[in-house]
Design a protein around this ligand. Structure first.
Ligand SMILES: Nc1ncnc2c1ncn2[C@@H]1O[C@H](COP(=O)(O)OP(=O)(O)OP(=O)(O)O)[C@@H](O)[C@H]1O
Ligand SMILES: [Mg+2]
Length: 199
């Protein structure tokens, strides 16, 4: 258990500097971790993920590699937990049916393409809260199943979870985009964005 009381904690970084933070609230608990919202001493709001029973090395490595690109910016790593940027956003799934939905979906598809180009596969982008839209951008969170791979499928997963389930879209047209994506990602991304804009 990381902390259950609202007190100041002091963490000693390797260099001997300290990060002090106040836990604001617990924001999530899954089978493998607990996540807290906290305020750092410099005023930033951050998220702290405490791993109950899994190794955080890979997730930390991926967040460090992306350094805030389409993902929470990493701030500090402890032994069994890490601190990252708090992504103040609303899940893509909550936009379905609203006027903003397709604009947010386009941003998510673009980010998925960016992650694919980087060779990082998130692996769980169909889950409820993993695609968050903030006032400025879309970010993906929870990379605990993430891997570095030559064949990432972030874009194809979002296509599958969102557009293939959307009756507005012809499945044949979508399948052509899937095939194209395997040959030319950029062209397929542009094509899907045009398709969304035109429908
Ligand atoms: N960087 C972040 N910024 C804002 N909220 C976050 C952040 N990371 C996680 N959360 C929130 O914390 C909750 C749990 O996050 P996360 O999925 O990373 O934990 P978990 O232990 O892996 O949970 P699960 O087992 O369900 O996957 C989610 O509701 C998510 O919205
Ligand atoms: Mg998780």
């Amino acid at each position: 258990m990381l902390v259950s009381v609202k007190i100041n904690l002091i963490i000693f970084e390797k260099k001997g500097t300290k990060i002090r933070y106040d836990i604001i609230e617990k924001i999530g608990e899954g089978n493998r971790g607990e996540v807290y919202k906290a305020k750092l001493e410099d005023g930033r709001v951050a998220a702290i993920k405490w791993a109950k029973n899994y190794e955080i090395d890979k997730e930390w490595e991926i967040l460090s590699f992306l350094d805030g690109l389409c993902a929470p910016k990493p701030i500090y790593r402890g032994k069994r937990y890490f601190i990252m940027e708090y992504v103040d956003g609303k899940p893509l799934k909550e936009y379905i049916g609203s006027s903003e939905y397709y604009e947010v979906l386009k941003k998510a598809l673009h980010n998925a393409y960016v992650l694919d180009e980087k060779g990082v596969f998130h692996g769980q982008l169909g889950r409820y809260y993993h695609i968050l839209n903030t006032a400025r951008e879309v970010k993906f969170i929870d990379f605990e199943r993430g891997v570095f791979t030559q064949n990432p499928r972030n874009f194809l997963q979002i296509l599958g979870y969102y557009l293939f389930r959307d009756e507005k879209y012809d499945k044949k047209a979508l399948n052509l985009i899937v095939d194209l994506y395997k040959k030319n990602r950029k062209e397929a991304l542009n094509k899907i964005i045009r398709l969304i804009d035109e429908s």
